[in-house]
Design a protein around this ligand. Structure first.
Ligand code: MN
Length: 230
């Protein structure tokens, strides 16, 4: 037996090593910071909801470099969402929150780039979010920092500057659903696997970016991510 063509594996580099993290799936949590939930029109602690991006939507940016993201077609309102990303080295179904930490390989800084105009139209018409959220290179991401180096991340500042101006700011301790609770809830819907990435949600301040903009994101205790739209 042989492949019809060579399979392609999406990967994200591991910080401080020559290892590559093979991406299985990209899960994203919607509205997981109270102030962002309000700016998107909701209030209260609703059950978390999830959507996905294709594994090969990752756009890895090496430490100390500025990544380049081509401004995507079919939108006039591309938004940034800075997020803490959790990378899993194991998984399972129905994982209790108390056991969730044992499945975490590490953390990264990610951007859940969003065609907000297409998302707004999809919401209005009750249509899927695939073209607004799951497009090519919609998941710029830093190297993955192993939990063996960072320790568990449960608090710490999360920031995004655009062209040197503060756009988004928050703290990981403001997550409506903690990382452990998110893993528990997600594992009730899907069997989680080694290689899964979870974008944990974005703080308030989402807004549009245009070609030429420099995005500089960071999560305290994890690292940073620099990206230019070209
Ligand atoms: Mn998001």
């Amino acid at each position: 037996m042989e492949f019809v063509f060579l399979p392609q594996q999406a990967v994200v580099p591991v910080e401080g090593s020559k290892q590559l993290f093979p991406v299985h799936r990209i899960y994203c949590v919607g509205r997981n910071y109270a102030e962002h939930a309000k700016e998107m029109g909701d209030s209260g602690r609703e059950a978390p909801f999830f959507f996905m991006k294709p594994a090969d939507a990752v756009l890895p940016v090496a430490h100390g470099t500025v990544g380049e993201m081509p401004y995507p077609a079919m939108t006039k309102d591309l938004h940034h969402e800075i997020e803490l990303v959790v990378a899993l080295s194991s998984g399972g179904k129905n994982i209790p929150a108390a056991e969730a930490a044992s499945h975490i390989y590490g953390y990264a800084v990610g951007l859940d780039m969003t065609r907000r105009d297409l998302q707004a139209e999809a919401k209005k018409l009750g249509r899927p979010w695939c073209t607004s959220k799951g497009f090519d290179q919609s998941a710029p991401i830093s190297s993955i920092h192993p939990i063996s180096v960072t320790g568990p991340i449960e608090h710490g500042a999360i920031h995004l500057n655009v062209n040197g101006q503060a756009r988004q700011t928050g703290d990981i301790n403001q997550l409506i659903w903690s990382i452990a609770e998110t893993i528990e809830q997600l594992s009730n819907f899907y069997e989680l696997r080694a290689g899964d990435l979870i974008f944990t949600g974005t703080p308030a301040g989402v807004a549009a970016v245009v070609k030429g903009d420099l995005l500089e994101g960071s999560v305290e205790g994890v690292g940073d991510l620099r990206l230019r739209l070209v």
